[in-house]
Each structure stands twice: as structure tokens, then as C-alpha cells.
Design a protein around this ligand. Structure first.
Ligand code: URA
Ligand code: SF4
Length: 185
């Protein structure tokens, strides 16, 4: 069994898909390694690629703001992405990139053993729901719902992607309500 440091090394040296060629920094993830909540986004953006840290750009600021308002310390959770290197021009990650990269995420989940996985946006929601045997559905239909895995009791809560909330105050309110519900869990 790997530990998180070993996985970090593997990711930083990884060339399993084309995205290694254009990355400045792979974004492994960060936070509490004993976290009860894991938040999983899609892929690094420009700022994340520059700094090698997840959710440090505009979407990250919005996420920090909401977590702060609700009283969840960002340091208390673990945050990462399905795909660890930035897709050029922030395009959507391709199926073969998700396939190549997701074993790292699965190892991170196995080590951290969160009680709750909050998925941010449609790619991470689709990936995590299928991983635990649920049929993926549109995020608009399932955001804020709790899916309990019959395999290991892990709870999955799909959320809108914070980037989608930046210019949409109504969605931001929905996102905040969903995170409040998550905090109560
Ligand atoms: N969007 C994501 O999905 N992940 C990040 O780390 C930053 C923005
Ligand atoms: Fe490796 Fe993932 Fe980066 Fe592709 S995105 S090179 S699979 S770490």
C-alpha cells in the first residue's frame, strides 16, 4: 500500500497521459490527511497549474468564502481533483485522461478514508458515482442529495462546481445551501 507521499512523487513524475507535456506543476491535492470530508474537483486551472495547489484561483476564492461563512475550515478537509494536470486552455478533461489519472484519486481516497466525498461539478460527480456503483445523473437533478455507498457506507454529495457559481448568484445560493447541509452531516 502506498502512502500519500509516494503517490505525490508518482504524480509529479507521471507521464501516463498527454497532459504532462503542457503542465507547469501537477496538482496533487492538499489538506488534512485524516479528513472526514474530501472535496473533489475536475482539473487544475491556470493558477492551480502555476502554484501546484488545488482551488487557488477565482473558483477557489469562492469556495473559501462559502466554507468560511459556514464555518468549515479549509484546512480540516482534503481537496483534490480527478485529473491532476491542467488541460490546455482549461478544456474539459478527455475520457482517456480521466481513465489514466483516476487511479491516483482512488488511492488517495483509500488512504484518507473520508466519511463524505463532496464532488464539485459534473466530471467528478460522474466519476465518483460510477466508482461506487451509482448511475450518474445531471448535476442539476442530484446536487445536495446524499448517496450512501452500500459497499462501505461512504456518503457522496454532488455539488455544483464553484466556477459555475461565480457569475450566477442564484447558483451560489444553492451551492451554499448544499454545503450547509454537508456541514450538518
Ligand atoms: N477547478 C477545479 O476543478 N479544480 C481546481 O483545482 C481549480 C479549479
Ligand atoms: Fe499523469 Fe494524471 Fe498528469 Fe495525466 S493528468 S500526466 S495521468 S498525473
Amino acid at each position: 500500500m502506498y502512502d500519500l507521499r509516494a503517490i505525490e512523487e508518482k504524480i509529479k513524475n507521471c507521464r501516463k497521459c498527454r497532459l504532462w507535456k503542457s503542465r507547469k506543476n501537477a496538482v496533487v491535492g492538499e489538506g488534512n490527511e485524516n479528513a472526514r470530508i474530501m472535496m473533489i474537483g475536475e482539473a487544475p486551472g491556470k493558477k492551480e497549474d502555476e502554484q501546484g495547489r488545488p482551488f487557488v484561483g477565482k473558483a477557489g476564492q469562492l469556495l473559501n468564502e462559502i466554507l468560511g461563512e459556514i464555518g468549515i475550515e479549509r484546512e480540516s478537509i482534503y481537496i483534490t481533483n480527478v485529473v491532476k494536470c491542467r488541460p490546455p486552455n482549461n478544456r474539459d478533461p478527455l475520457p482517456d485522461e480521466i481513465k489514466a489519472c483516476s487511479p491516483y484519486l482512488e488511492m488517495q481516497i483509500e488512504i484518507i478514508k473520508p466519511e463524505i466525498i463532496a464532488t464539485l461539478g459534473r466530471f467528478s460527480t460522474a466519476f465518483i458515482l460510477s466508482l461506487y456503483g451509482f448511475k450518474p445523473r445531471p448535476i442539476s437533478a442530484i446536487h445536495g442529495k446524499v448517496f450512501s455507498s452500500p459497499l462501505n457506507g461512504i456518503k457522496i454529495v454532488p455539488l455544483y462546481h464553484p466556477a459555475a457559481c461565480i457569475y450566477n448568484p442564484a447558483l451560489k445560493d444553492v451551492f451554499k445551501k448544499d454545503v450547509e447541509m454537508l456541514a450538518k452531516l
